[in-house]
Design a protein around this ligand. Sequence first.
Ligand code: PHE
Length: 352
Amino acid sequence: MEKQPPMQDQLTQIEKRALQDINEARDLKSLQEAEVKHLGRKSALTALMSKLKDLSPDEKKKIGPLSNQIKTSITNKFEEKRAQLETIEIEAKLKTEFFDITIPGSAREIGRVHPLAQLQHEVENIFHGMGFTVADGPEIESEYYNFEGLNIPADHPARDMQDTFFVDAKHEAKHGRLVLRTQTSPVQIRTMEKYGAPLRIIVPGRVFRNEATDASHETTFHQVEGLLIDTHISLANLKGIMTEFLTELFKKEVSVRFRPGYFPFVEPGVELDFSCLICTGKGCSVCKRTGWVEFMGAGMVHPNVLKAGGIDSQKYRGWAFGFGLERLAMMRYGIDDIRLFHSGDLRFIKQF
Ligand code: PHE
């Protein structure tokens, strides 16, 4: 018979010694030590396996699989023995200590994704599928990005549309005071500055307004901003994108319509409604008998805003929109009080 190559011998030896130590281990601690000795970084097996790469292809074919097989076999033996020793140690404990196995264990509660976060992810997914990138911006924002850059000067009456929290802190004079952003629109300019045109983003995010709260008003809520900038863009694109988005979201044929609306950072500005899903347009209490549900503000990006973002308004144009995530969730799930979202009430949260 052909003489065994020395590596094969070594492997047999390694296995033999490991099995012997496993057999002799009387407690988990000594088993653990044996495991480090035989499978650890400094073990003979690890050393041998690191030399495999220097073997001839023929030997590699033989020794490679064999060493893996031995490693698996040793590992399994360690597992088996560990399970045995654990049972023995538990039984010993049960004899010497009082342990009432009838007391119910303390169940660990598994958390869940907040309904708003769930909806936000769905929204992101749908827009992602249409080529939009998800962008982000700061919640504490400068007056410049929140207002001036968006074509709302300090003395403009449109400032009254959004009652603002000011932050009492040091700031750069150039960008005005600091505010809690009242809208996600400042991210329009930040993204234009950073990436230029063309652009196709949505911006989900938290916004703040100094509101007296009631069933449909909160000081803290979420918006999803959309911005598309390119060379040949019109409101027709927006209509198509929003019809597609809502149809996909509600899994139902949805149509949209525009009404004139005013926002200083768009021209023309529109309000977008979608056909009522409850009565499919016939008129019910949800749509106040109109067949339409008010959904969001939108419009063609104002040239002043493109300019503020450093984009050539002769070459590029685009549209923007902004809708409230809470309102969308309320319509979708039939929730009648916006304050429930941030109430921290588990009876509410657990329904989603
Ligand atoms: N930012 C506006 C608001 O909060 C919504 C909007 C966004 C309108 C983009 C037009 C374009 O009311």
